[in-house]
Design a binder for this molecule. Sequence first.
Ligand SMILES: [Mg+2]
Length: 426
Amino acid sequence: MNQNSLDVKPEARVLFVDMNSYFARCEQQANYWLRHRPVGVCVYTGKFGCVISLSTEAKERGLKAGMRLNDAMAVCPDLVPVESNPERYRHYHKKIIGVLRNYCNDVVPKSIDEAIINLSNYDHVDPMKIAINIKKDILRDVGEWLTCSVGIAPNAFLAKLASVRGKKRDGLMMITPENIDAVLADLRLGDLPGIGANMSYRLERAGIKTPLQMRYATPQLLKSIFKSIDGIYWHYRLNFIETNIVAHDYRGMQAMRQISAEKRKHINYIDQLFMTLCLTLEKRMVHHKFYCKSVGFTARYEDGTRWDDAFTITTPVQDAISLMRMIRIRVTKFEETTGADPVFNTQITQLRVAVTNFVNNGNMLYSLFEDMDRKETALKTMHEIKNKFGQDKLIRAVEMTDGKVVQDVIGFGSVKDLTDLDYKSI
Ligand SMILES: [Mg+2]
């Protein structure tokens, strides 16, 4: 069954599981003598090695990920530096995902230490009970040091927010239509994953000073502040609609066609072409045994404007009918929300449909998942290091001539390219 991602789903049925201090906890799990001690996992444990994950004990001492070891040791002399062990983190990752799959067959790993569990298609389940059991099962079956924070909410974005906010409440929090306003009232704009300093400033200048005000702002106002359809998505996210924007370049398949002045006179032709594009993608996905979880759609018009949409769905699809239906529903919804002219009209000069975020026969292709927030964190950390120590102090590990120092590194929070080298300071 395909799910329409634009439905308003007020029941809290999406769980976001986030492992605490993951790499450091895995080390403490594997090595008894590291428990209760400040531990810093480093890509390289030389004097200027960079700390990528800290145990809770180390965080309590004021250490921050991204610090160089010599600075971290100055602040916390009993810090135990441990070289990262990607094989170990993958091993626990697989076991954790296995536990989650005992409860639901729709589990999407978002990174090495995060996963989404979608219970939307399950009737008569108690998500809170499942969350409590999952936490217990991981501790019992995977490792007693592997604690996690679970957020429960009507959509993935709010579930992630709940997992972050719930960290200080035994790692369990639920956001529902009843409490969302109270939850948002305690937050600043910058507390929302994905809202950075620049966007906070823009929102504030437009009179939206809190996440609560943002929830009740009209989609049109948010669209004008964000200067893109992203604003409308923010409205959706805060109002129980499942939606995710695919903000990066597609690493998927696309089907595109120009439409001549003669042909675009007939709306039937445009409709048929739209179907043909979707069928083309269906054929290619069937050929590769792929199902997609993200869809993009663009229409360009005679006057140079364009309509651009990209969204993520919870249930992977492969067939043209589903693609067409989902795109159409979103277009209709958009037209209704904004009162805009029809998106499908006789001024269209080009149509494009794209699919990405593939799932292969029900097995996740990890390499195609992205986690934007984590990527931003990693980039931010990298830029902070660069600013502090100068550009030349930071090189990609792959550029190291001494290959044996770093052979296998997991990037910040991403399961993408598990064997790829990330970066390190020297
Ligand atoms: Mg985590």
